[in-house]
Design a protein around this ligand. Structure first.
Ligand code: ATP
Ligand code: MG
Length: 688
């Protein structure tokens, strides 16, 4: 059997790939931790390990592979398949439903919960709320409890949700989380407790789960040893990438599924831990050896294959200043003369112009748009650049920004499907019912109460007398929902039915109805790629498609496009050329946090993650001033910014520092001479 794919690996990588694979008699290897810096081939090694397991007879259907995004999961599955095919031949048959269990923690959780729903007292038709829906539900409960009325300074729905989420994910008491991360709201502790209790109850009666529930229910489910045994027994191997960004709930799930760690492989880099705001903890990695002592194998990788030596030196310089650090510095043999650029520009408009020009210049010398990316700390930072790209007709895709699904009309359409799936889902119900003429919040609330009390809510809906002003629209509404109830039309044709009902509403509400209709058609097309309504709703909610420069959100499949991404969403990826915007204090580190040492340290790691995405060329841009839209008194509409504190003077040696636009010596001399001539002529003229 050919092992060519093993020969491409270095010795440590190969050890990681082969670890315990050759055990006899179906024995499965003990727990393995691969801990190493950016670009050292962790993900690549993990893909090879999965392939190697399959090549050596592991059943791909019994492998669970978890990564942090669906994009990363499918990329990994593709790599595995490619390697396997090289060895086993294209028609080996073994891969027909290969890696059916690869995805995100949340996605896998949702699937398992549906399988075990009955056993754990969960209605199998549960719907999943995205963050916005969750915030809306939180708001409904807040209103019901009267907090928003009596307490005018009560935290916003978004803040309430973040606090709730952090408590759930960290398994820490509310008071602790408030003190550490939300000191300004700690006076509301009692009310928040009441609010969260109400929120949990609302979710349960409405049969909805939010993102956090997917982990929480999963962890609860496997705290029952019998179920844990059953779920764990489905998988011979569980492999997790980016382990540094998992939280305690996630690690407890893994430990419950594989108590002795047999068949468990986790991969991560403590220097890249950037999700502590979701209660991720680097302790998961650091505690792994103890948790599974003495069985755990530990392998470290120290060679970087991604970046040139100059880029790596700069990135190492930044992370060397971190307070705590466990992985060692990396080395590479990719030599380059070109140090990373540190470019000072006047403002954000110049930053956008400069970036576009460099991107185009790169394209001139043979770098496609897709091989380049522009990264930023916060999704809002790319605004001026997006405008410039659209103006110049340069296609782009933005990761981690506003999603296709966030637009109101797409959400409306999804609400139709969601309500049909689960008529107790109040957020979806409110959204839909209020589209009907003459139906306001109180009528909608009453209707939802009535039908929720019925064991067959949609049947109950059909029997409700139509609200006085709803007119014929009500009849069609009920008819469409009844049609969707038992999926009589069948998937995905039913989505067309929902669209037919919805489109007239669109005409009524929006001026740009035609563009929006195009979106709906596209949604229908996306839907046809999913086997069922339930899978479609679940997966879209968990990992929605990204926004593109084409407003319709077309995936731009064959086209060349530039990537715009938050640093968080750029995790695990690489591009030949990387630009980072707003590398200034206030943006990175962001001034939105509390400013604790832990937070600042996380921002440093974020910069490191961004820098280590670059293969051949890295450019950090620092605009000197920011427009603040007149928030400042006395007409001071700009604030001045300085280079990020993570690149102190001592690190400047690693960069090529310049300003843009560059005023070359000869150009400035010429213009000075020109002025002298002009002025001189005028002076002489005065006396003529
Ligand atoms: P990150 O920490 O950013 O997630 P990583 O450690 O997962 O990075 P990979 O993305 O797996 O690193 O690999 C980085 C690059 O190095 C990829 O382009 C990969 O193909 C390449 N690479 C990894 N191992 C080798 C190798 N043994 N020989 C040649 N190239 C390699
Ligand atoms: Mg990786």
């Amino acid at each position: 059997m050919s092992v060519a794919y093993l020969e491409k690996l270095n010795e440590q990588q190969r050890l990681a790939v082969e670890h315990g694979v050759a055990l006899v008699d179906g024995e499965v290897a003990g727990p393995l931790l691969i801990i190493a810096g950016a670009g050292s081939g962790k993900t690549n090694t993990l893909a090879h390990r999965v392939a190697h397991l399959i090549v050596n007879g592991a059943d791909p259907r019994r492998i669970l592979l978890m990564t942090f995004s669906r994009r990363a999961a499918s990329e990994m599955a593709r790599r595995v398949e490619r390697i396997c095919k090289q060895v086993l031949g294209a028609n080996s048959g073994i891969l027909t439903d290969a890696l059916a269990w690869s995805g995100t923690f949340h996605g896998i959780g949702a699937r398992l919960l549906r399988i075990y729903a009955e056993q754990i007292g969960l209605n199998v038709d549960f719907t999943i709320h995205d963050r916005e829906d969750s915030a809306d539900l939180m708001n409904l409960v807040r209103h019901e409890l009267g907090f928003s009325k009596t307490e005018s300074r009560f935290p916003t729905k978004g803040t309430c949700l973040s606090i709730y989420s952090r408590v759930v994910n960290s398994e820490a008491p509310l008071a602790t989380v408030l003190n550490a991360n939300y000191p300004w709201v700690s006076g509301w502790e009692a009310q928040l407790k009441e609010l969260f209790a109400g929120y949990v109850e609302a979710k349960q009666t409405q049969n909805v789960l939010d993102y956090d529930d997917l982990l929480l229910y999963w962890a609860q489910m496997v705290s029952d040893p019998e179920i844990a045994d059953d779920v764990g027994g489905r998988f011979d191997h569980i492999l997790v990438d980016e382990y540094q960004d998992t939280n305690k709930l996630q690690s407890s799930v893994l430990i419950a599924l594989k108590p002795g760690g047999r068949g468990l492989t986790v991969v991560g880099d403590d220097a890249q831990s950037i999700y502590s705001f979701r209660a991720a903890t680097v302790r998961n990695i650091l505690d792994f050896p103890n948790e599974f002592s003495p069985a755990a194998g530990i392998i470290t990788l120290d060679r970087n294959y991604r970046s040139t030596q100059t880029i790596l030196a700069a990135a190492n310089g930044v992370i060397d200043l971190a307070r705590e650090r466990f992985t060692k510095n990396l080395w590479t043999d990719r030599q380059s003369e070109q140090r990373p650029m540190l470019v000072t520009v006047k403002d954000e408009a110049d930053q956008a112009n400069y970036t576009v020009e460099q991107v185009l210049a790169n394209r001139e010398v043979g770098m496609t748009l897709k091989q380049q990316a522009v990264l930023f700390r916060s999704s809002s930072h790319s605004g001026p650049l997006e405008v410039e790209l659209i103006r110049r007709n340069i296609p782009f895709v933005k990761f981690g920004g506003l999603k296709f699904l966030d637009s109101a009309h797409v959400k409306d359409m999804l609400a139709v499907l969601r309500f049909a799936q689960n008529p107790r889902d109040r957020v979806a119900g409110f959204r839909l019912l209020q589209m009907l003429p003459g139906v306001g919040p109180s009528t909608a609330g009453k209707i939802l109460d009535t039908i929720a009390a019925d064991p067959e809510p949609l049947m109950a809906l059909a029997e409700i007398p139509p609200p006085p002003k709803a007119g014929p629209d009500w009849t069609t509404f009920v008819k469409v929902l009844m049609g969707l109830r038992k999926t009589e039309t069948g998937w995905p044709a039913e989505i067309a039915q929902a669209r037919e009902w919805y489109e007239p509403h669109l005409d009524r509400i929006h001026e740009d109805a035609e563009t929006r209709k195009a979106d709906l058609l596209q949604l229908e097309q996306i839907a046809s790629g999913y086997p069922s309504r339930e899978r479609f709703l679940t997966e879209l909610t968990l990992d929605p498609p990204d926004a593109t420069s084409d407003q319709a959100g077309v995936p731009l499949l064959d086209e060349d496009y530039l990537i715009l991404s938050t640093i968080h969403s750029a995790k695990g990826q690489e591009w030949r050329s990387v630009f980072m915007l707003n590398v200034v204090d206030g943006c990175i580190p962001s001034d939105l946090g509390v400013g604790t040492t832990a937070e600042i340290e996380e921002e440093r790691r974020l910069l490191y993650v961004g820098m280590t995405r670059a293969k051949d060329s890295l450019t950090l841009i620092t605009p000197q001033r920011f427009f603040t839209g007149g928030q400042h008194a006395q007409g001071d509409r700009h604030v001045y910014a300085s280079r990020t504190r993570f690149i102190p003077v001592t690190l400047l040696q690693f960069f090529e520092a310049t300003t843009w636009p560059q005023v070359s010596a000869s150009a400035s001399e010429r213009s000075a001479r020109q002025i002298r001539v002009d002025v001189g002529a005028r002076m002489r003229g005065m006396w003529r």
